[in-house]
Ligand binder design. Structure first.
Ligand SMILES: *Cc1c(COP(=O)(O)O)cnc(C)c1O
Length: 390
C-alpha cells in the first residue's frame, strides 16, 4: 500500500481524524463529553440518526423504511425513528416488546428473519402483525399454524460478494423454490405477498443489488405464471457506512436500485420495503475507550484498551475495520490493538497507525453505532459499554 513518498500511516490516521472531527463538530457541547470518567462509553447522535433516516426517505422516496432493530435496539433510537415515522424490522419477542413501547401500529412492524421462534410468531400475531418472511416449507407450516391468513414474502438467496459482513448461505432459496414455497403457503391459507433478499451487510458492491433484482424479477414472473399476483418487493438491508474507506452513499444506491427496478421488473411492485440497520445508525456513534496497557512483542507494538471483541467489538473479528483516533501529535507507529479480556482471540485490529499513547489516554473508535453494544457480553467480568444518547 506504500506508494512513493505518501506516508500510508499518515493517510489512514488523517482519515480517521477527519471522521472524528466531523462527528464532534456536528453537535454543540459534544467536545466536553469526550473525556468521560467511565469508559467504555458509546456516544450516539440521535439527531444524526434522524438525519440519516430523512436522507434515506428522500432518495428511496417510493419505499417504506423499516429500521432493522438488531443493529442497535437502544430506546432513544427507537423513539427517534418512531417520531420520524419509520417502521421496524424485528426478529424476537424482546425486540417486538421494545419497539411496541414507541410504535403500536402493527402495519409499521415486519419480521424478515425467515426462521422465527414460535413464541415470537404467536406474539406478533397477537399484536396484529401479519407480514412474515419465509424461505422453507416448514416455516410456512409454522406461520399457517400460529399466524393464520397472514401475508408471506419469500427470501431469495443472492450473492454477498463485496459485503464486509456477508449473510448469504444461511438463508434464502432460488426463484424456482421461492414460487413453490409461495404456492404451498397459498394452499395453507396464507397470502403469497412478495419477495425479499439481503445483499449482505456493509455492502459496497452495487452488482449485488443488480443480481438480486434480476433474481427477484425472475421469481416475480414465475409466480405470475402460476396465477399469483405479488404486491411487495423488500430489498432488505446492506447500506454501508464509512469505516476505513468511503462507502457508497444512500443516494448512489437509491439511484441505482430505482433504475434497476424500472428496467427489470415487469410491473412496478405496489409496495416497496427496505430494512436498513447499519446504514442508519453505524456512523452516528463513537465508542470512547481508554488505553490500559502497552507492550512490544516480537517487534510488534501492542496497545490494550478497556473494551474488546466480547464487549462490543465483535465485528472486528469478521471483517469490519474501525477507524481509530487518539488525540496526540507526533510520529505514527503501527499498533496491534488488544482487547481487555484474557482471551487470545480478543484482538480488535492490527496495523493501526497511531501516535504513541500514554496509559490512560482516550482512544476513539469511530462508526461504532451499529452492531457493537448489542453484541456485548460481560465475559471475564468486563462491562458492556455504557450508552450516552444525545
Ligand atoms: C440484519 C438484517 C437487516 C439489516 O441489515 P444491515 O446490513 O444492517 O442494513 C435487514 N434485514 C434482515 C432480514 C436482517 O437480518
Amino acid at each position: 500500500m506504500k506508494t512513493g513518498t505518501v506516508d500510508h500511516k499518515r493517510v489512514v490516521f488523517n482519515f480517521s481524524k477527519r471522521l472524528y472531527e466531523n462527528f464532534i463538530s456536528k453537535r454543540e457541547g459534544l467536545r466536553e463529553l469526550l473525556k468521560p470518567m467511565n469508559t467504555p462509553l458509546l456516544i450516539l447522535d440521535t439527531k444524526g440518526i434522524k438525519e440519516r433516516y430523512r436522507e434515506a426517505k428522500k432518495h428511496f422516496n417510493e419505499f417504506n423504511i423499516f429500521y432493522a432493530v438488531k443493529a442497535n435496539d437502544h430506546p432513544t433510537i427507537l423513539k427517534a425513528l418512531s417520531e420520524e415515522g419509520a417502521g421496524f424490522e424485528v426478529a424476537s419477542s424482546a425486540e417486538l416488546e421494545k419497539v411496541f413501547e414507541y410504535c403500536k401500529e402493527p402495519a409499521r412492524i415486519i419480521s424478515s428473519n425467515p426462521i422465527k421462534p414460535m413464541d415470537f410468531i404467536a406474539l406478533s400475531y397477537q399484536k396484529g402483525i401479519d407480514l412474515f418472511a419465509v424461505d422453507s416449507f416448514t416455516e410456512v407450516e409454522k406461520i399457517a399454524d400460529l399466524a393464520p391468513r397472514s401475508r408471506i414474502y419469500v427470501r431469495l438467496s443472492v450473492p454477498n460478494e463485496g459485503s464486509d459482513w456477508p449473510l448469504s448461505g444461511k438463508f434464502g432459496v432460488d426463484p424456482e423454490t421461492a414460487v413453490e414455497i409461495l404456492e404451498y403457503g397459498r394452499s395453507k391459507g396464507l397470502i403469497p405477498y412478495g419477495i425479499t433478499f439481503h445483499v449482505g451487510s456493509q455492502c459496497n458492491n452495487l452488482r449485488n443489488w443488480f443480481i438480486a433484482i434480476k433474481l427477484s424479477s425472475e421469481a416475480w414472473n414465475r409466480t405470475r405464471h402460476k396465477g399469483i399476483r405479488l404486491k411487495l418487493l423488500n430489498i432488505g438491508g446492506g447500506i454501508p457506512v464509512t469505516y476505513l474507506y468511503n462507502a457508497l452513499s444512500i443516494e448512489d444506491i437509491a439511484y441505482y436500485v430505482k433504475g434497476l427496478l424500472r428496467k427489470y421488473m415487469i410491473e412496478q411492485p405496489a409496495e416497496l420495503h427496505m430494512e436498513p440497520g447499519r446504514g442508519l445508525v453505524g456512523d452516528q456513534g463513537v465508542l470512547i475507550t481508554r488505553v490500559i496497557g502497552k507492550a512490544v512483542r516480537e517487534g510488534t507494538r501492542w496497545i490494550y484498551i478497556d473494551t474488546g471483541v466480547f464487549n462490543g467489538l465483535a465485528e472486528s473479528l469478521g471483517g469490519i475495520r474501525y477507524p481509530f483516533y487518539l488525540d496526540r501529535d507526533g510520529e505514527l507507529y503501527e499498533w496491534t490493538v488488544g482487547g481487555i479480556s484474557c482471551d487470545s482471540m480478543d484482538i480488535i485490529a492490527r496495523n493501526v497507525p497511531l501516535p504513541e499513547p500514554e496509559i490512560g489516554d482516550y482512544l476513539y473508535i469511530m462508526s461504532a453505532g451499529a452492531y457493537t453494544t448489542v453484541y456485548a457480553s460481560n465475559f471475564n467480568g468486563f462491562p458492556a459499554p455504557q450508552i450516552l444518547s444525545l
